[in-house]
Design a protein around this ligand. Sequence first.
Ligand code: ZN
Length: 342
Amino acid sequence: MNVFIGTDSGATTSKTGGVWADGSVISTELAQSNTCAADGTEAVIQGWVAGAKKFLQRNQLSWGQVMGFGLALPGPYLQYGILGPSANLPKNFAGWNFYEDYKQALQKEAGREISLVVGNDGRYGGIAEARALRTTPHDRSTVLMLAPGSGLGCSFIKEDGLPLEGDMLSGTELAHTPAPLHLLNIPALRCGCGRDWGCYEAYTSISGLTQLLDIYLPKHPGHILEQQENTKTSCLALRDLAQEGDALALDIFNCQARAVGYLVATMARVFDPTHIVIGGGLMDPASTTKVFREQYLHVLWETAKPYLDTPQRANIQVHPASLGELSQAIGAALMALLKNTE
Ligand SMILES: [Zn+2]
């Protein structure tokens, strides 16, 4: 059977996944390769190709079966397939036409032209989660996915299974819209994007944790983190502390869950989705307890509920993500499939 392959390019590691022509997942075992960004764009392309070759080999597939490729790469983009200045990649990567370079490298490997689609990693993750949620081929219910990790990945999947991408591929970039600070009762935090209006990303992801710790630590005198320098590493300890019921850690994650709740309520006004999927490390069964995940989703939903219409309150379903770190590579492969059959 024919296949579609997806590459999920992170700043340090790239992952490869794939789907059969009917959309089912080929393997839940991802092929990993180094992104090698420090060695330049050519090395990055070679890393992606190496990941694809490894995936095909491992699953006893040939290039002859490959009908299309998808690539998930965090933006911002200058235009389709051309990278803008990115915080996580070397400065000279700005302006890089990664679409053209990857397409040519794939053509060289396959000995023929292979179609390629490229897009934002957060958007592509939503495609895979939506596919996993829709139980029948006639199910066209829409999905809003929010994945707080190092940043806040956001995706809205339309009736046709495709993400809303916008004209400049910047659509659904909810991470950098303002949170209701008067309701969170918190000052405007700094955000890596430079906007000063209190971006949701700062209140919901690892990116703003040091600032949240500065705010919450004085409310818990004598806490063990008082002795430590407030760095990203000490912030990551908060996740473990929360699993043990630590009051400071729970305060901070409650604040994050409330912030995501307000975003859910706001986006329910815009999109009116049936499914809300929450992804990211906090929903990963390997790193948090069931009790913690349920409590986080409970706070999120109780925060959102008063702002929803009555029919929405009854209809909307909140789910933890089911595919974990698979979602973006699988989503990229699904995007290639969906574009192929359009
Ligand atoms: Zn921002």
